[in-house]
Write a protein that binds this ligand. Structure first.
Ligand code: G3P
Ligand code: MG
Length: 348
């Protein structure tokens, strides 16, 4: 257990380490702000520690998420220091810039807006498809629209889908599982068709699918963890396997994937550039990840060579000193303030 450091001397020069904070289960739990978050963030300021927020959450532009967090935390969150689950999916823009991509997840058009901002020119959502074709998902309700083909954004509804990108947790699993499956088995991305001889079995996957977050569960204010985007994917994998006899092929971003940590490190290089060593190469960066999910935050940090601090306020709950049995962290503490105090003490 980390003894609280009462007389923490303030560091005068910027310390040579960074911290990557997870959000859900570390700083907040759904609508609730974790009590120790404010003091932890103040300690970062007092000690001039450069940090990033690294979340498997998202569903909106980084700037919108940062605004939402600033209001919730009562503490300024710089959008340039925030990585959401789909931030690294910017790397897909060169391949799909002019394609028609179906973006799944989040509320309303926030994910579509983020995708356009990243540079994807043609974006369609399951909500739009359902509003124009209510029979696509008879089990879900939708605000049925007349067919206003002139309305901006609906022109892509009946275009073939070139790729599916799941940006955030679905707000209608029945509809989104159905529409994603439709795309995956379609003839050249044309929804409402089936690729191989109009029968599903042995249909080869036509359309690639990308996920932004492997989390099977995550921690909000409910007493036990909730389904994450990873569980949505597991459902789609099972449905696809049952109907076609083939395993679903997919690519996932988000913690613990290496692509996400490479993206986070590129952000830290901008925020807190390291001096070059005598060989002209930048010094090795020291980063501590603070997280609540061993399968995401700890596994990802360890895999990328970062140290890690596991907190007991989110997905990981056992009391006492034990660590996680599969993905042990560098240390385990009760909450985010103890995590920051432990890191500062270790680096001083
Ligand atoms: O949907 C967000 C959830 O999967 C986890 O978010 O901040 O704990 O990585 P976070
Ligand atoms: Mg978390």
């Amino acid at each position: 257990r980390v003894a609280p450091l009462r007389h923490l001397h303030t560091v005068t020069t910027a310390p040579r380490f960074n911290i990557a904070f997870d959000i859900d289960g570390v700083l907040i739990k759904g609508k609730q702000v974790i009590p120790q978050t404010r003091r932890a963030l103040e300690l970062l300021q007092e000690n001039k520690i450069s940090y990033v927020l690294l979340t498997n959450g998202g569903g909106m532009l980084e700037s919108e998420k940062a605004d939402q967090l600033t209001k919730k935390l009562g503490f300024y969150v710089n959008p340039d220091h925030l990585i959401v689950s789909h931030s690294p999916m910017r790397s897909l823009v060169p391949k799909y810039r002019d394609a028609n991509i179906m973006v799944v997840g989040g509320q309303g058009s926030a994910c579509k807006h983020a995708a356009h901002n990243y540079g994807f020119k043609n974006v369609v959502t399951p909500e739009e498809i359902h509003s124009v074709h209510p029979s696509v998902c008879p089990i879900s309700t939708c605000e049925t629209r007349a067919v206003p083909w002139t309305e901006k954004g609906l022109e892509n509804v009946d275009k073939p889908v070139d790729a599916v990108m799941v940006f955030h947790d679905s707000n209608d699993w029945g509809r989104d599982l159905q529409v994603c499956l439709d795309a995956l088995v379609s003839k050249d991305g044309k929804l409402g068709t089936i690729k191989d001889s109009d029968q599903l079995h042995n249909t080869k996957q036509t359309v690639p699918i990308y996920f932004s977050n492997p989390d099977i569960v995550w921690a909000n204010e409910y007493p036990v963890p909730r389904f994450g985007q990873g569980t949505f994917r597991v459902c789609l994998e099972k449905i696809y396997q049952n109907l076609t006899g083939q395993p679903l092929e997919y690519i996932t971003y988000g913690k613990p994937m290496r692509t996400t940590y490479e993206y986070a490190e590129s952000l830290l290089d901008k925020i807190d550039p390291l001096p070059k060593g005598p060989d002209g190469q930048p010094a090795k960066r020291t980063v501590y990840a603070v997280g609540d999910n061993p399968y995401a935050d700890i596994a990802g940090a360890t895999g990328y060579g970062w140290s890690s601090v596991l907190v007991r306020t989110g997905v990981f709950r056992p009391k006492g000193e034990e660590n996680h049995h599969v993905h042990p962290a560098t240390t385990v503490v009760d909450h985010v303030e103890d995590a920051v105090r432990w890191i500062i003490a270790r680096e001083n």
